[in-house]
Design a protein around this ligand. Structure first.
Ligand SMILES: C[S@@+](CC[C@H](N)C(=O)[O-])C[C@H]1O[C@@H](n2cnc3c(N)ncnc32)[C@H](O)[C@@H]1O
Length: 166
């Protein structure tokens, strides 16, 4: 009996460890979270985008081509985020505007190396409804603005655009 109780506690401890600490069980398995249409419309009003380097059905490699003047980027949400943020920053250094929708992963190397060099960081209040679905995303989002060769000290704000409130 005692042994069974100890086994139960052990199984529960392992379960909670993986629930809270394991990257395997986080929702980052999915990469192609589609921008809510209304959010894109709002951003487009201000930035007048002329290019999406990572569209739903790409016919090019957005990481290896030259981008246009005003770029909207909702990159694949996997390990490759680091490469996309580097590309965003490199394009910005050429004088382009790059607006990026990403998960708020403030503990990553790429966040500190590239995002902190942006001109603005907008933390989205609540959870976005990707794919225009009913439910909010299982992760927080941020909108990063790289403008005019910015090199850091980003303006940081909290935005409530079209998000489900917390
Ligand atoms: C998060 S989805 C964004 C789709 C769309 N731009 C949007 O905002 O709804 C990321 C997209 O990037 C595309 N993608 C992945 N790797 C790419 C690459 N190397 N070049 C261009 N597009 C790529 C995938 O096909 C995927 O649809």
């Amino acid at each position: 009996m005692d042994n069974l109780f100890t086994l139960d506690i052990y199984v529960l401890a392992v379960f909670y460890f993986f629930m809270f600490h394991s990257k395997w069980l986080t929702p980052s398995g999915r990469k192609d979270w589609k921008t809510p249409k209304e959010l894109y419309k709002e951003l487009n009003k201000r930035f007048r985008f002329d290019f999406d380097p990572c569209p739903a059905n790409p016919k090019f490699d957005g990481l290896s081509i030259e981008w246009m003047c005003s770029n909207y980027v909702n990159p694949p949400y996997g390990r490759e985020l680091s490469k996309w943020l580097k590309k965003c920053y490199d394009e910005c250094l050429k004088g382009k505007t790059v607006v990026v929708l990403i998960p708020s992963r403030t503990d990553t190397i790429w966040w500190h190396k590239y995002v902190m060099k942006a001109s603005e960081i907008w933390f989205v209040k609540g959870r976005l409804k990707f794919d225009d679905k009913e439910n909010g995303a299982p992760f927080p989002s941020a909108i990063i603005i790289f403008e005019g060769g910015s090199k850091g000290f980003p303006l940081i704000k909290s935005v409530n655009i079209l998000a489900e409130s917390i």
